[in-house]
Unconditional design. Structure first.
Length: 126
């Protein structure tokens, strides 16, 4: 099956600084993204229900962007990226996510990210 990238956009009332913290620190990641996480230098080891996934941090601009490559990615061009910016009109934070999946799984993965972002919105207060 062909792998494709997809992008999603979510609006938050929480500031980029708060969201960045929830994307980059163990204590916050376990509140919305995974069961456990260990961060050693630029290597993030995530655990979900006993299943471990390792991601390498490729880019980190505080309060703006985090970009990861999964160790078991199908292609070296695949990545997971979170971009944060303030809306000049509403002053809300816009989070853009780029991820990759099989061509026939885009809808399912989009729904998963939407669910995760709703959870993140609850724990960040907006």
């Amino acid at each position: 099956m062909k792998r494709v990238s997809f992008e999603l956009e979510f609006i938050f009332r929480a500031s980029p600084t708060i969201l960045y913290k929830f994307l980059s620190t163990p204590n916050c990641l376990i509140r919305w993204f995974c069961d456990e996480v260990d961060i050693t230098a630029d290597v993030y080891t995530f655990n979900w229900n006993g299943s471990e996934e390792v991601a390498h941090l490729l880019d980190d601009i505080e309060d703006e962007r985090l970009k990861f490559r999964w160790e078991d990615a199908d292609s070296p061009e695949e990545y997971l990226e979170f971009r944060l910016k303030k809306s000049p009109v509403t002053a809300e934070t816009i989070m853009e996510i780029t991820d990759f999946c099989d061509e026939d799984e885009v809808e399912e993965q989009s729904q998963l990210w939407t669910s995760q972002m709703e959870h993140l919105r609850r724990v960040t207060g907006g």
